[in-house]
Design a protein around this ligand. Structure first.
Ligand code: FES
Length: 256
């Protein structure tokens, strides 16, 4: 005899199928991302030097504050750009909208009453639409970070590889994947087309350069959340490393 179909939960139909309770991921994000924000504030508001020898902390690069003749808060003229780029990133938006604002707290989880879910169509959530413009600024900052990475291998006695040099390199690579797996960049290379299938080119089976680039970026984009977390920790690690060197708590180790 046919079994009656199981009744779906009318309020949270997908929530009951979760492997973990919906609040676990937002809570972890709130704690880790919150610690990073607190650390960033401490670093940029209470420290006025981010340079040790040939190393420049990513929080202080480029040295715009110095070029402007500032003595204090020299990270502020630059740090806003990567900060806003991350804060408006699609991935982080998802995470902190759930963790901090419960907007909503999870997929198929209702907003706390009497709020109604309005997505990102209303202020203050609508400000995230500026992300596509912050991407261009982030690319400029990334170019400086690559310059700093090359500089991290050049010591007074010439080329060498220290633990710090490798940390800089790892950070630049992760940030590059994070920046170029961005949804906005994917749109830049693959969007704005009146005829999507035309990107395959006039000869069937011969993709255009634009289509190839879009395919590559789409592949990176599938792991955008991982790049986001990995690059956040690498920025954090490089800054802590440079700060500990400045404070003479540790010494840089020469590898070869
Ligand atoms: S969507 Fe995450 S950096 Fe653009």
């Amino acid at each position: 005899m046919a079994q009656p179909a199981q009744q779906a939960d009318p309020v949270r139909p997908r929530a009951s199928r979760r492997a973990r309770p919906y609040w676990v991921e937002p809570t972890l994000t709130a704690v880790v991302f919150g610690l990073f924000v607190l650390y960033s504030l401490w670093e940029t508001l209470f420290h006025h030097n981010g340079v040790y020898g040939n190393y420049i902390s990513p929080f202080f690069s480029p040295q715009l504050g110095r070029w402007l003749g500032m003595k204090d808060f020299i990270a502020i003229p630059v740090v806003w750009a990567p900060f806003l780029f991350r804060a408006t990133c699609y991935y982080y938006r998802k995470e902190y909208n759930r963790a901090w604002f419960w907007h909503p707290a999870g997929c198929a989880v209702s907003e706390p009453k009497p709020r109604k879910y309005t997505g990102e169509s209303r202020f203050p959530f609508s400000w995230s639409n500026l992300h596509r413009y912050f991407w261009y600024v982030a690319v400029i900052v990334l170019l400086f970070l690559w310059k700093d990475t090359i500089q991290a291998f050049i010591f007074p006695n010439g080329f060498a590889v220290n633990v710090g040099s490798l940390l800089f390199l790892l950070n630049a690579v992760l940030l590059t994947f994070y920046t170029f797996s961005c949804h906005a960049f994917r749109h830049i290379v693959g969007g704005r087309k009146n005829c999507y299938s035309c990107t395959l080119g006039p000869n069937a089976g011969k993709p255009t350069g634009s289509y190839r680039l879009w395919t590559l970026v789409s592949r990176w984009n599938q792991r955008h959340g991982s790049w986001a977390w990995a690059s956040l920790f690498s920025v954090w690690a490089v800054d802590v490393y440079v700060r500990l060197l400045i404070l003479h708590v540790i010494q840089d180790v020469r590898l070869f």
